[in-house]
Design a binder for this molecule. Sequence first.
Ligand code: IPE
Ligand code: IPE
Ligand code: MG
Length: 242
Amino acid sequence: MQQSTSPARPVPLHVGIIMDGNGRWATRQGHSRGEGHRAGAAMVRRIVEVAPDAGIGVLTLFAFSADNWRRPKAEVGWLMRLFREYLRVERARCVVNGVRLEVIGRRDRIGRALRTAVEETERDTAAGTRLHLRIALDYSARDAILRAAQCLQPGTIPSRDSFGRLLAIVDHGIPVPEVDLLIRTGGERRLSDFLLWEAAYAELHFSPLSWPEFGPAALQDAVRDFASRERRFGGLPDAAAG
Ligand code: IPE
Ligand code: IPE
Ligand code: MG
């Protein structure tokens, strides 16, 4: 008798998203840039909700770059309040939905209340296994690489894997697999110092949609587009490999 074999379940993806275009979206609607960021936060909620069913196991969202401190004080203040509010409201939902929320990036330049909210959220959601959500806040990939390099013993060269793990740790995270799919919304086609090491072999997807109008359907499209790509990692196409 033939044994029925169930198809292997695909490995959950690590998806990174550069959530860009909030300000331009708001300006087009005749709203303030702050309103664009508020709409952006609402879109984060929707995307986090659908991510596990889209086959995503780790989701890293670029929320505030180390260079975003160069923006006007009022906009930075608005964003920081929004992050605090997001964590306050989302903490319980993350626990119920099995989402482990982690914030990566520097902690020494954000306000004390936000730092406390980050720590409490990370503590309360640590048991989540359905989705590992990483929010990059005061984040710079180049700064993380420099800080990780500083941790090395002089004269030692770590393996790529162990350096990757170190990179997560210096940014207060736990090690995660490399990025499979990197999405940038808002029409620009650049990395803006996001996950430079971890995305070495990521498939890139650039969406013309602004982040507040991205939506679950656009995420599905991006994942479908990813599934149609052939990843070779420097080898040969499957057909030619023999
Ligand atoms: C992304 O949207 C959010 C942050 C960088 C904080 P932007 O604020 O960069 O929006 P645009 O690019 O000006 O439209
Ligand atoms: C990248 O967007 C940072 C985030 C999305 C948080 P920016 O709007 O800051 O990037 P540039 O300035 O267009 O490169
Ligand atoms: Mg931008």
